[in-house]
Write a protein that binds this ligand. Structure first.
Ligand code: COA
Length: 272
């Protein structure tokens, strides 16, 4: 990718944005593709390729191979869900990854907060992947909620401690629970993780701490909050409390913005 493509690709990524997500910033794209000189996933033996179609950059994708050359990856693909462009990009990517035993798609390396997972609302891309022999693997859900402009009337839980490290803020109920949040861009924030000590779950601490996260982000000027929930196996709770996580997020006003999925295709799998 040349720097002259940058604005066009940033527009494509923003066009595929989800509710609650900030617009793509050129710096994010540069970091993700390694063009800024500080690649987010440095891999000395992992070549990166970039493909674009048309004078106006109608679509773009990033592909890579792992160090063995056996695993290819379509890290991200954006084409305003135009079927012809999506199809052409995918065919090009698959051809460039000839010789790989497996090709993964949307497993990691996305630009912006949705680092992995294709939102299944992007039906054209999903259908094009399935038509080319990729299998879908559920990868949880993307959540968001808006915060009011007025001060938030949420009860102050006792004993919350806040520490900040760069853009990340850690909120703790000492010895019982911890959460990490960050401001992504002015007005946009994210709840990265929340965890309650296993011996103290189901007593309301998770809900209290999540509300404290929202209030903290609100005080930092955040009005759109996002988060991810890897709860795609809710019926077989793995003991990590995903059912509880789903419950506290819903009660705190988060709504599902999209289900996410990753994709995988073995060499020789049908489609193309
Ligand atoms: C998610 C988590 C933070 C919730 O903390 P918590 O203190 O248990 O949450 P709360 O007590 O405030 O509320 C949880 C609610 O879900 C319910 N719940 C929790 N686990 C449940 C389960 N396995 N099945 C059904 N209900 C469950 C609780 O009973 C409670 O509902 P209630 O108020 O009607 O009784 C905690 O389970 C945890 O640390 N999980 C592991 C880390 C994790 O998965 N984090 C989420 C990252 S996506």
């Amino acid at each position: 990718m040349t720097r002259s493509h940058l604005a066009g690709v940033v527009d494509l990524i923003t066009a595929d944005g989800l509710p609650g997500l900030p617009p793509c910033h050129p710096g994010e794209l540069l970091r993700a593709t390694g063009l800024s000189g500080t690649p987010s996933c440095p891999g000395p033996t992992a070549p990166r390729s970039f493909v674009a179609i048309g004078d106006r950059v109608l679509g773009a994708a990033e592909i890579a191979r792992d160090s063995t050359g056996d695993v290819g990856s379509i890290r991200w693909l954006h084409a305003r869900e135009e079927p012809a462009v999506v199809g052409e990009l995918l065919d090009h990517a698959i051809a460039r990854l000839t010789g790989c035993e497996v090709i993964e798609a949307f497993t990691s390396g996305g630009v912006g907060p949705v680092a992995a997972g294709l939102p299944t609302v992007r039906r054209t891309t999903e259908e094009a992947l399935l038509a080319r022999g990729f299998a879908a693997i559920p990868a949880g859900r993307y959540l968001f909620r808006s915060l009011p402009s007025a001060p938030m009337a949420l009860p102050d839980p006792p004993r919350i401690e806040v520490t900040a490290n760069a853009r990340r803020h850690r909120l703790t109920i000492p010895r019982l629970a911890a959460a990490t949040v960050s401001v992504l861009t002015p007005g946009h924030g994210m709840v990265h993780w929340i965890e309650v000590h296993p011996d103290h779950r189901g007593q309301g601490l998770g809900a209290q701490l999540l509300n404290a996260c929202l209030r903290h982000l609100h005080r930092l000027g955040v009005r759109q909050v996002i988060g991810f929930l890897d709860d795609h196996n809710l019926t077989a709770d793995d003991g990590h409390g995903r059912v509880g996580a789903h419950m506290i997020c819903t009660r705190a006003g988060f709504v599902t913005g999209a289900q996410l999925a990753t994709y995988s295709k073995l060499a020789g799998a049908g489609g193309g």
